[in-house]
Design a protein around this ligand. Sequence first.
Ligand code: SAM
Length: 284
Amino acid sequence: MLKTTEIDDKLTLTEREFEQISEMVYNHCGINLHDGKKELVRSRLAKILRQRQFHSFSHYMDYVASDSSGQAFSELIDSLSTNLTSFFREAIHFEYLATVYLPELIAQRKDANQLRLRGWSAGCSSGEEPYSIAITLLEALHDRSRWDVKLLASDISTRILHRAREGVYEHERIAPVSAALKNRYLIQRKHRDQKRYEVAPALRQLIVFKYVNLMEEWPFRGPFDFIFCRNVMIYFDKPTQQRLINRFCQVLAPGGILFTGHSESLTGIRHNFRYVQPTIYKKG
Ligand SMILES: C[S@@+](CC[C@H](N)C(=O)[O-])C[C@H]1O[C@@H](n2cnc3c(N)ncnc32)[C@H](O)[C@@H]1O
């Protein structure tokens, strides 16, 4: 009898099928699956084919196309998107937020008697990014109860959003969080002899998790004081990045900040942002 991995290896993805999948994925969510990704697509989708007992990619594609609920397509996108993330990933962004941007913004808002802050984690994956932002916000706001603070955390993957909402992490995942912050914002839980950490209610209260496909119409207009869109645009081609950057600019408040991933500079993109430091851009 063949092992499941051997069955997966036997499933061939033809050039034509790969093109169809790439086109569907690109049109739906902007992810650019170039030729080098063919084996990755084959092996990730092979798992779904096996679970759902399809013997060829073309049968599977017919099933995806005919499923009017959209669930099959959502499962396809889930399996192809990369969700790598971590707490306080790219620490310079959190340092900038904590030591430069938030102190200035908080002082300005106090002067204007407008105690309101809005942020967006666009492509939030399993939640480590928005929870890290929420920790940074709470550390900066000494009189939290007087403030109206909200953080939108969105992703295209419903599976990963579910994990983000749960907010429960294994011991290794919270390694980047300092001991002091762990004490304040993470609650230790035992789960079948394993240590797990659950985010504190104070963090949850700040965040609204929402399915948002960045390629589609957004169900909000902002303005946001800052947007984190990190390690998402890397999967998009230049025209898609260009459109997205323009749209981020539109929903940012004047002086608002856009944080991008370490390999996502705005070089080659026309924009109205002022460069602050690598991967940090200010509107206007
Ligand atoms: C590599 S993770 C980045 C997570 C986090 N921002 C970070 O830097 O640690 C990329 C995330 O972008 C999401 N994504 C990809 N295409 C998207 C789209 N069109 N709309 C919304 N989210 C998308 C994926 O589902 C994935 O969770």
